[in-house]
Design a protein around this ligand. Structure first.
Ligand SMILES: *[C@@H]1O[C@H](CO)[C@@H](O)[C@H](O)[C@H]1NC(C)=O
Ligand SMILES: *[C@@H]1O[C@H](CO)[C@@H](O)[C@H](O)[C@H]1NC(C)=O
Ligand SMILES: *[C@@H]1O[C@H](CO)[C@@H](O)[C@H](O)[C@H]1NC(C)=O
Ligand SMILES: *[C@@H]1O[C@H](CO)[C@@H](O)[C@H](O)[C@H]1NC(C)=O
Ligand SMILES: *[C@@H]1O[C@H](CO)[C@@H](O)[C@H](O)[C@H]1NC(C)=O
Length: 428
């Protein structure tokens, strides 16, 4: 988690903090929204030459690790951690993330620069110290600026070295937008030249992604032209999913708790799924109407499909768990696939392994989504003609092999959703 940048932006924030809340050390400043606070300081930075000067000085003092500056900086970091934590909790993101902000690499950057100079890997051009990749279509990295300062290239070189030598990483995945792909080509090549990783034992890759567009196909913005905040998006998702469930009169069937669980699963699930179900390198249009549609390749559709399968299994009213029954049938040779649709479904289920092996390699999660959607289609074809529970006269016959197929399908969905970070519900 990248908490704790400490470039000029932080100099601005700290200078503004000291002006606005001179008592900040004793009384924690009531900054609820760091974005607003940042905007204020940026405005001053652009408009007040005195403040600009102070911001630069503050940056220098911070990077020189003056205790007072470090303390103020920690305060700002804590506020941003708190804001992150709220969103992480809603999105069910592991709270045990490791923090690696820019400051973490401060000393390591100096080591890297000394190392590259000593090994004669830098060339000097107009006072800057550069390292060139082998492929000349990519730009060089600027390791030291003409004023002696470092750049993001320097911290990236320090970071890749730290990850391989200290963290012993064998695979490093950079999740950064596709606009940075040229930079990562240069970085990976230069790091290889410097011997900071060995491509035969360590895999480094750029997991690139496109941008989210508004319904007007332009960059996603609020009506007033601001960046859309994830928190606001989630609130809107929650409202809309509840509305959708009420339209379907689910509030009359579900308990209050079940309704709330369904509302959250649908809202968060639909936002995550619509992002993950697109080829990550392509831009996509963010549309609640589209993602809350209960037809087509959407989280809502698939979550419904899963709850339906789970309810078929419940209705079979079996005396034992499906696992036990399935195992017994496998052992006594009665787990047969006679109908062509049973066979087709069984084959579709076994494709899962290939899909997983593939996404672990290429990190294109949308193929998992496409697979789950295909599986749901194959399941519907199966269920349309293969009765799981048959009622003839007064007799109820349960086709056990089909219940086992239902269970296997449900588990593939559950595992798939788990990998995509989507919560499932028993009822919705
Ligand atoms: C250098 O990079 C360009 C752009 O990606 C690529 O087309 C070209 O094949 C590369 N050249 C070599 C020698 O790898
Ligand atoms: C095989 O096991 C299943 C599940 O327990 C059972 O219903 C079935 O009667 C068994 N079939 C035979 C031939 O033993
Ligand atoms: C899903 O089904 C379509 C159409 O049958 C097929 O082209 C595609 O390869 C399938 N995708 C996956 C991931 O199974
Ligand atoms: C399973 O794989 C086969 C062969 O690649 C493909 O034809 C079929 O569409 C796949 N089914 C699903 C549901 O992915
Ligand atoms: C079905 O059950 C009802 C009442 O239990 C009984 O009157 C009827 O004869 C039964 N029909 C058959 C076909 O078993």
């Amino acid at each position: 988690n990248h908490v704790g940048d400490w470039g000029t932006q932080f100099g601005m924030l700290l200078a503004h903090l000291m002006d606005k809340y001179p008592d900040y050390k004793k009384t924690p400043p009531p900054i609820a929204n760091l974005q607003v606070f940042y905007k204020e300081s940026k405005k001053r930075f652009d408009e007040e030459p005195e403040f600009k000067k102070k911001a630069y000085e503050t940056t220098v003092r911070l990077q020189a690790k003056e205790p007072e500056m470090i303390q103020a900086w920690q305060l700002i970091c804590d506020i941003s951690r708190k804001e992150f934590a709220e969103v992480y909790q809603i999105l069910d993101i592991n709270p045990g993330l490791t923090e690696r902000g820019e400051s973490f690499y401060h000393d390591r950057m100096q080591t890297v620069v000394a190392d590259l100079i000593e090994r004669n890997l830098l060339v000097e051009e107009e006072g800057r110290k550069l390292i060139y990749p082998t492929n000349k279509s990519y730009p060089p990295l600027t390791i030291v600026k003409s004023d002696g300062g470092f750049t993001y290239d320097t911290s990236d070189m320090a970071a890749i070295r730290q990850r391989v030598t200290e963290e012993k990483a064998t695979r490093v995945i950079y999740t950064v937008d596709i606009g940075q792909s040229v930079h990562f080509h240069s970085l990976f090549d230069c790091a290889r030249i410097a011997g900071y990783y060995d491509p035969t034992t360590t895999r480094v890759e750029h997991l690139s992604f496109g941008v989210v567009l508004g319904e007007d196909k332009k960059k996603f913005k609020t009506r007033s032209g601001d960046t859309v905040k994830l928190k606001d998006l989630i609130s809107e998702g929650l409202e809309r999913s509840l509305q959708k469930l009420k339209e379907k009169e689910r509030d009359k069937v579900l308990t209050e708790e079940e309704l709330k669980a369904a509302q959250e699963a649908v809202a968060i699930g639909c936002i995550k799924y619509s992002d993950l179900s697109h080829d990550r390198n392509h831009d996509y249009v963010f549309s609640f109407d589209r993602m809350l549609d209960d037809r087509g390749n959407t989280a809502v559709y698939l979550l419904y499909a899963l709850t339906r399968i789970r309810s078929i299994i419940r209705n079979a009213n079996l005396p034992k768990s499906v696992s036990e029954i399935g195992t017994e049938m496998m052992l006594n040779g009665s787990l047969t696939l006679d109908h062509p649709r049973e066979m087709k479904l069984a084959k579709a289920i076994t494709n899962f392994t290939d899909v997983i092996v593939q996404i672990v390699d290429d990190l294109y999660l949308h193929s998992l989504c496409a697979y789950l959607y295909n599986l749901s289609v194959v399941f519907s074809e199966f269920y349309d003609v293969c009765y799981v529970i048959e009622k003839k006269d007064n007799e109820t016959k349960v086709n056990l092999n089909r219940v086992v197929l239902c269970e296997a399908t449900a588990r593939i969905f559950e595992t798939g959703f788990y990998i995509l970070g989507i919560k499932t519900v028993e009822k919705m």
